[in-house]
Design a protein around this ligand. Structure first.
Ligand SMILES: C[S@@+](CC[C@H](N)C(=O)[O-])C[C@H]1O[C@@H](n2cnc3c(N)ncnc32)[C@H](O)[C@@H]1O
Length: 215
């Protein structure tokens, strides 16, 4: 099954989990990620969870056509998974604010290795994680269909992190891979547009200017 570079990035970060007993893919849709995690022997058990019934049905068909057994759960975020003994989980392909809400609302996210892949508002997700005692262990950048994505490997340790404006938009690691540089260009292009709004509203542009000027 071809996962594409974005979900392959998730697989590579999930493979580093210490405890691979029970994996959950939240917002599983087609369930490709959960299926591959079991098929490749990375997860001993997998749960595909989605808030909508249709994706779960689609996922069930895909799993059965591959001969893979996974559990399917109708769930809003991690809500239906509190007693499933999760050891690692992924939340990919949703907005950063929604992912942040899911992670903060649940208690089990404090016990799992998490891989989070926001499609938007990455800065809101980083802020929520750092303010609430989650460590972004590493960020991996993947380009698929010409678009750059970030994937965050995250673990709760209860330590609130300090950060600045650039950390929020680009992460703290900023290793200059080709994928990161493409991501940085996208963030800078969005910042240039946002700056016009700042000027119209008479807001201080000092921080955004630093982000735009970063080389
Ligand atoms: C764009 S798809 C992403 C699919 C897959 N995770 C990926 O990255 O390719 C988003 C999926 O998340 C599900 N979803 C949206 N909000 C959700 C929530 N609050 N809890 C669980 N699933 C949700 C949608 O039904 C949909 O199947």
């Amino acid at each position: 099954m071809n996962l594409g570079t974005r979900l392959e990035g998730a697989v590579s970060l999930l493979s580093e989990a210490e405890n691979k007993q029970t994996f959950a893919d939240i917002g599983s849709d087609h369930a490709f990620l959960a299926i591959e995690m079991v098929k490749r022997g990375i997860a001993q058990n997998a749960i595909a969870a989605d808030i909508n019934k249709m994706p779960l049905e689609k996922g069930k068909e895909n799993a059965s056509s591959q001969g893979i057994e996974i559990e399917f759960v109708l769930s809003d975020g991690f809500d239906g998974l509190e007693n499933k003994g999760l050891t690692f989980a992924a939340v990919c392909g949703m907005g950063g604010e929604l992912i942040a809400k899911m992670v903060l609302r649940s208690r089990i996210t404090r016990q799992c290795l998490l891989v989070l892949q926001p499609m938007s508002a990455q800065e809101e997700l980083r802020k929520a994680l750092w303010d609430n005692g989650f460590c972004i262990i590493k960020e991996l950048f993947a380009v698929e269909g010409g678009k750059p994505y970030t994937l965050m490997q995250v673990k709760y340790d209860g330590v609130k992190r300090e950060y600045d404006y650039i950390d929020l938009y680009l992460g703290k690691e900023r290793k200059e891979t080709a994928e990161f540089l493409q991501y940085r260009e996208k963030i800078k292009a969005a910042a240039i547009k946002r700056r016009l709004g700042y000027i119209a509203e008479n807001k201080d542009t000092c921080e955004i200017d630093k982000l735009i000027g970063i080389e």
